[in-house]
Design a protein around this ligand. Structure first.
Ligand code: GLC
Length: 406
């Protein structure tokens, strides 16, 4: 006689699916182009956001890979003929007049911002392809357009071929008001009134690197962006995108090590230096997600920082800014200044991957358990108090469903 073993559905996966389905948007543009994506939160952010979409697709891979594929296809379909894909895409309606000053648009008719987001598309594509046994053609169907997208990034954001992409605004990193930008931006930092001035000046330069660099504007080689870039170009090469992308991934990893690794602090930092001591934020640990990171460096990132109780290893890790920093805040408060302390699950997911890659499966498991416990008690909020676990911001937030992919 055979026994039937009934497994209960995992409650985290079940609840994550509810959030993802609730934020799912489909339709056609006025020109008849179909779209299907997950809004970060249907009420608070009713548009497609580049890096959110990549993370949503990774979460969908654990829930319903077909939707993950459609989400990434839609993001790639937003590419302009030259390969550019913006930070935010407004598929069904132009941005409201009252909000235009805050968006990185050149004209009111633009349906996409002229700024970028951490370029995780090819990285997410490979993860979703690995979960797509029912659609094996997915892995290669986007190769030409993905290659064009990464060629655009190199030509426009790394014109000197250093291996590192340059950012022209802090929000391009996904880490809007992170205190690591304070010394560079001062009164023009994200969330402060002067930020509108920064956007206005960049708009005059049509958000193009050359003009902004020529007048000495904000230009930075940011660590997380370049980790995303190296992960993606390596994935693109593995999917069949061509040897040039393997070469670019290796060049970016080398450049991160040679230019951004600060051996004294045991952390990675943006370049050029901001002139003072660098603020320790989770982005400084993000290179842990690179499989080829040398073991002694991985050991220092994990041992001296991520797993240190006084810095990042709090009850609900990983805080977006080290708790030991004077700029650390457990709450976002008002005016909203993101990434100055609260825990975001996207960061925990990426660093969890890094811990597993670098021989710390024990700590990775502990991190996964704490994150799952966090969403179990507080739901899928936008971000959380690292010690209290209190959820803040959006109430049904897409990126937090990554807890289901741990
Ligand atoms: C905030 C976050 C950014 C995210 C966006 C949409 O601007 O800082 O990382 O992409 O919201 O969720």
């Amino acid at each position: 006689m055979s026994t039937v073993v009934r497994t209960r559905p995992d409650p985290v996966v079940r609840d994550a699916a509810r959030v993802l389905f609730g934020n799912w948007c489909t339709g056609r543009t006025s020109a008849g182009r179909p779209f299907a994506f997950t809004a970060p939160d249907i009420r608070k952010f009713p548009a497609q956001f580049y890096w959110d979409s990549c993370f949503h697709a990774i979460a969908w891979a654990a829930v319903d890979p077909r939707r993950g594929r459609d989400e990434l296809r839609t993001l790639l379909a937003a590419a302009e003929p030259d390969g550019f894909i913006g930070h935010t895409i407004f598929w069904d309606a132009p941005v409201r007049l009252s909000r235009r000053a805050f968006y990185n648009l050149v004209s009111g008719r633009d349906r996409m911002t002229r700024t970028i987001h951490p370029p995780l598309l090819a990285f997410a594509w490979e993860i979703v392809a690995d979960a797509s046994g029912d659609d094996p053609g997915f892995r290669t169907e986007g190769l030409k357009r993905l290659a064009a997208h990464y060629d655009w990034l190199r030509a426009n954001r790394d014109p000197d071929e250093t291996g590192l992409l340059a950012l022209i605004q802090p929000d391009e990193s996904g880490l809007d008001a992170s205190p690591k930008f304070d010394a560079r931006l001062r009164w023009q930092a994200h969330g402060l009134p002067g930020f509108v001035t920064l956007v206005r000046r960049n708009r005059r330069d049509r958000f193009r690197l050359e003009g902004i660099r020529a007048r000495g504007g904000f230009v930075v080689h940011e660590v997380l962006t370049n980790v995303a870039y190296a992960l993606s170009t390596a994935a693109l090469a593995r999917m069949g995108g061509g040897a040039r992308f393997a070469g670019r991934a290796a060049q970016t990893e080398r450049a991160l090590l040679e230019r951004c690794w600060d051996a004294r602090a045991g952390l990675f930092a943006d370049r050029p230096r901001s002139g003072r001591r660098e603020v320790s934020t989770w982005a400084a640990l993000a290179p842990l997600a690179l499989p080829g990171l040398p073991a002694p460096i991985a050991a220092r990132l994990a041992g001296e920082h991520l797993l240190d109780r006084r810095r990042y290893w709090r009850r609900f890790p990983v805080p977006s800014t080290s708790v030991a920093e004077p700029s650390y805040r457990a709450r976002t408060g008002f005016p909203y200044r993101y990434w100055r302390g609260p825990t975001w699950i996207a960061s925990s997911w990426l660093l969890h991957r890094g811990l597993r890659l670098h021989g710390r499966a024990d700590a990775a498991e502990e991190l996964a358990a704490r994150v799952r416990g966090l969403v179990g008690r507080s739901g899928f909020r936008e971000y959380y108090g690292p010690d209290s676990g209190i959820g803040q911001g959006a109430r049904a937030f897409g990126m937090s469903t990554l807890a289901a992919a741990l």
